[in-house]
Ligand binder design. Sequence first.
Ligand SMILES: Nc1ncnc2c1ncn2[C@@H]1O[C@H](COP(=O)(O)OP(=O)(O)OP(=O)(O)O)[C@@H](O)[C@H]1O
Ligand SMILES: [Mg+2]
Length: 220
Amino acid sequence: MIRFEHVDKHYPTGRAALTDFNLSLGVGELAFLTGPSGAGKSTALKLLGLLERPTRGRIIVGGIDLSQVGAREIPAYRRRIGMVFQDHRLLNDRSVWDNVALPLLVAGSLRGELDKRVRAALDTVGLLGHEQKLPLEMSAGEQQRVGIARALVTKPDVVIADEPTGNLDPTLALDVMRLFQSFSQVGVTVLVASHDLHLIERIGARRIALDAGRVAGEPA
Ligand SMILES: Nc1ncnc2c1ncn2[C@@H]1O[C@H](COP(=O)(O)OP(=O)(O)OP(=O)(O)O)[C@@H](O)[C@H]1O
Ligand SMILES: [Mg+2]
């Protein structure tokens, strides 16, 4: 489902963020990217979300060579990729419903379809009934789950998450990781960048260790 082939990424400033990065994830696979700060984890996810372009090499997602996706096709591509961030990036002056509906509104979904999809996404993350709350009326864990519902609402084939549990206490963090695990169990391919080795061990999923932009191995 996801393949990086000999990918290099050099930002205009600074040293190489990724060097000869290779990775292959099957449909419905869950994997974690780990490694020290600056190892290139966020860069790999940004390349998948087309927030950045590689300097060299090829990235294939669901059979699509990302180098062939032009600027105008990026919004449609991104609807197939659910993105979750550490700081969840919710709109604080909008309700939970509005926040989760946003990707569908942007896509021009029909009104009747909207409410059904928003409620289904909230149900998946255990927040049905919270539609009219504002994000700031919710706990950190709930806010993060709203961010996950927003990433799911377009029914993506792939979910990528950058330190999604960075702001959560261990119990909530485990809940969120289990949620990602459940997505992979229904066929969504999930790639998560995380520092939390203890948590990854508890989930028991594949782990790819990065160091200074290179794959340092796949510790068991
Ligand atoms: N926009 C940018 N411009 C220039 N250099 C960047 C940019 N983003 C990242 N880098 C550099 O690329 C390298 C990899 O950064 P990246 O953010 O991918 O690391 P990371 O593994 O996600 O680290 P962290 O654990 O701190 O989030 C670092 O040396 C970083 O300074
Ligand atoms: Mg990062």
